[in-house]
Design a protein around this ligand. Sequence first.
Ligand SMILES: C[C@H](O)[C@@H](O)[C@@H](O)[C@H](O)C(=O)O
Ligand SMILES: [Mg+2]
Length: 414
Amino acid sequence: MSDVKIVSLESKDVRFPTSLGAHGSDAMHKDPDYSCAYVILKTENGLEGNGLTFTCGRGTEIVVTAINTLSTIVVGKLAGEIFNDFGNFWRSLTSETQIRWLGPEKGVMHLATAAIINALWDLWGKIEKKPVWRLLADLTPEQLVSVIDFRYISDVITKEEAIEILRQSQTGKEQRIQTLLTGGYPAYTTQVGWLGYTEETVTRLCHEYLALGYTHFKVKVGQNIEDDIRRLRTVRKIVGQDNIVSIDANQVWDVNQAIEWVKRLAEFKLLWIEEPTSPDDVLGHLAISNALKPLGIGVATGEMCCNRVLFKQFLQSNAIQYCQIDSARIGGVNEILSVYLMAKKLGIKVCPHAGGVGLCEMVQHLQMWDYVALSGDKEGRWVEYVDQQHEHFVNPVVIKNAHYQAPLVINVHK
Ligand SMILES: C[C@H](O)[C@@H](O)[C@@H](O)[C@H](O)C(=O)O
Ligand SMILES: [Mg+2]
């Protein structure tokens, strides 16, 4: 492991005026300006680790300040010192004796943690000269588990159990790597259904994405029931009955309102309703899930789930059927791995949230690792795909026939 020192951390406030075109708009976030708080770690031998967390415009400066506050815990450390004991380093970042009061392990501080932790994984990948999915897949079960902080989740999964699950999942790994390298990983798209798009735009985009090979489309709902019915009718007419349609309300409803509203949309044969209510309301999601089960509609959430503890409760109580981890919301790769392990143990599918700025670029690595080294399964799982802001990345995602192509090389930006 490299003994190279991390000599600086720079954080940037990067914003794009996407609200001008209503790109990314939903019932709750009517005018998002896709933005990010971006982290650049530099080592003494000239390597860079890049990471980010996604934001919607105003307030990004607060996340940047939080990153700067945490930077003293990272700068001056040897990379090897961090990566050889990553679980404990993660805990030192989230349990700093005074800063912890600002979270703990949630909100702005956890977004900042995610940006720093993701930059560290990028750096580790560059040191090992491997894309992160491959770095993860090549770690032994013991090494992988050593990056995770099991505090608060050991009642559901212990270190030893996690090692055992990972050991069992080694069977067939090489073959799955080959399958991934040839076929990629399935994507679904939300690009067709932003709430602020006109009927004409939705129609055009549905045709376009159908022609690109997509089979699963997500539509924003929740502002006006008549509009939702009209829009879903349009989408269904174009994509047909055999393709999949899901909906996303971005937390606008009360629990009973969610049940009533979604029942009125059930005729459109929906796979899931995403974020029907508050992202913290485990029992509310359970009530919605129970009410919609007879209609064949699942419940999905996760893009604003604050940490592994809340994910534990959603998974434990069967309140959700689709677990939507987000690469930049909880405390970065280390904590997300613990959610994948709990989901695997409890038999719940992970379908990551992506889009934003750089979320597709980051989360593809985690889902590819999951396929290769943990769940071993792609059936009924997709990574979200949104066609925005990819051009700003040195290694943008590559999608072919609605499948994410596994990143192979590391192009280091100089
Ligand atoms: C404000 C954002 O675009 C959200 O609407 C978006 O992340 C969305 O919830 C999604 O699932 O893609
Ligand atoms: Mg969503």
